[in-house]
Ligand binder design. Structure first.
Ligand code: C2E
Ligand code: MG
Ligand code: MG
Length: 412
């Protein structure tokens, strides 16, 4: 729904195009302003304060990427639609660049632009345009001190850390998407800070020699839950994340096997997730440790594939059972044909290497269906479920008979 606050700035060096775009924008209910050069663009950003910018990527006195950077430097919260007659890959990489600068990027438009496509884009953006929220007089909370190493060490020792479980579903069993496993993701139940996500303390644990103790908590608590689920007749394999420096600990395979044996849990119910970067730091040691984990019946999953620099060549050198596509690759498949092409080529490759393929970060039905159509085995993402405490995960499994049944079937 259009609000009277929808203000569009049309940036293009051709006056005729600006006029045409302006007419369409005003038809759609926007208040419109134009900029034909960089100076006008700057002035309009601060004076007109657009909520949406339609930006031509090729301007004579400053390319669109420079203008995006200016918007980011000014902390602009306006949405951006890029337009260009250039190669579509230039458009999509510019869009990604804008996103990485923290700008709110909408799908770009390829010139020549069809009027109906333009109207649709304007209407879609107006619904998502949001003014800076007016700050309600909420009592200000004193800022929290940065987490101290000693505080984290105490929390680990006192049992304030617990694994949450995010369901992994089977994409290739019709539209029921039965849960066939989970990933254990650590959370810190902090008495003052509330539930702290791992990004806020894993690096601190890694840098200060606490990651071994942290992983021990996640492993032992996960294995205890696996035991409880087995006792309830449910066999769900669960993945646990390992940190890079654990891939240099030669005693790790025996230690994990001992924990499983003591709890009476089959090694086939545990998967360890590692990143390629971690494995590459010392490929010899990592291969030794991972191979022995595999020999003990524990599966190895390559996490975050497609984030940063992934080398396709290395994946056959590691004793992997599963490959997980990173969320950054998956979020692109809804809007970027090239990303779909890459994922579509990777799935058969991974399958040909006998790897199970799992996609992470599925947030839409559209991406779930695309991945299903190209033969991706498993998926994990908010579309199915966020990570939940163990009790809630048990409920998810037991309250949905078809899912629990499928889990049983998966075991056999
Ligand atoms: P990861 O192993 O790649 O885990 C997936 C992350 O993506 C989780 O974030 C999960 O909540 C998030 N995620 C899954 N689906 C979606 C989605 O659809 N949308 C969005 N926006 N996010 C989604 P989380 O729990 O914050 O964990 C972040 C990272 O912290 C993990 O990335 C992992 O690298 C690390 N981590 C978590 N638990 C542990 C642990 O016990 N040990 C170690 N060493 N690292 C851990
Ligand atoms: Mg993981
Ligand atoms: Mg991941």
């Amino acid at each position: 729904m259009m609000t009277k606050n929808d203000r569009i700035l049309i940036v293009d060096d051709e006056a005729e195009i600006r006029d045409l775009f302006r007419d369409v924008a005003e038809e759609c209910g926007y208040e419109a302003a134009e900029a034909g050069n960089r100076a006008q663009f700057r002035a309009a950003l601060s004076e007109f304060r657009p909520t949406l910018v339609l930006l031509d990527l090729t301007m004579p006195d400053g390319d669109g990427v420079e203008l995006l950077r200016e918007m980011a430097d000014l902390g602009s919260r306006a949405g951006v639609i890029l337009a260009s007659g250039r190669d579509k890959r230039v458009l999509s990489t510019s869009e990604r660049l804008g996103r990485s600068l923290g700008l709110k990027m909408h799908p770009p438009l390829q010139k020549p632009i069809d009027i109906v496509a333009l109207e649709n884009a304007f209407n879609a953006c107006s619904q998502t345009v949001q003014e800076e929220p007016v700050s309600k007089s909420r009592p200000a909370r004193p800022p929290l001190e940065p987490i101290a190493v000693a505080e984290l060490a105490d929390a680990i020792a006192e049992g304030q850390l617990e694994p949450f479980f995010q369901p992994k579903v089977n994409l290739l069993a019709g539209m029921d998407f039965p849960i066939i496993g989970a990933e254990a993701l650590v959370r810190w139940n902090h008495p003052v800070r509330g539930l702290v996500p791992p990004g806020a303390f894993i690096p601190l644990a890694e840098e200060n020699g606490l990651i071994g103790a942290l992983t021990e908590v996640v492993l032992t608590r996960t294995i205890a839950h696996l035991r409880q689920w087995m006792d309830a007749g449910i066999a769900v394999p669960v993945s646990v994340n390992l940190s890079p420096n654990q891939l240099t600990d030669l005693s790790l395979p025996d230690h994990i096997a001992d924990l499983l044996a003591v709890a009476g849990v089959s090694p086939s119910l545990l998967i360890v997730e590692i990143t390629e970067q971690a494995a590459m730091a010392d490929i010899g040691l990592a291969t030794d440790i991972l191979t022995r984990l595999r020999l003990k019946g524990i599966a190895v999953s390559l996490d975050d594939f497609g984030a940063g620099y992934s080398s396709l060549v290395e994946i056959y050198r590691l004793p992997l059972s599963e490959m997980k596509f990173d969320r950054s690759l998956i979020v692109d498949i809804d809007r970027d044909e090239d990303a779909r092409t890459v994922v579509k080529a990777l799935v058969p490759l991974a399958r040909a290497l006998d790897l199970t393929v799992c996609a992470e970060g599925i947030e839409t039905a559209q991406s779930a269906l695309f991945l299903q159509a190209i033969g991706c085995h498993r998926a994990q993402g908010y579309y199915f479920s966020k990570p939940v405490p163990a009790d809630a995960f048990t409920t998810l499994l037991t309250e949905q008979p078809s899912r629990a049944h499928s889990v049983d079937a998966a075991r056999s």
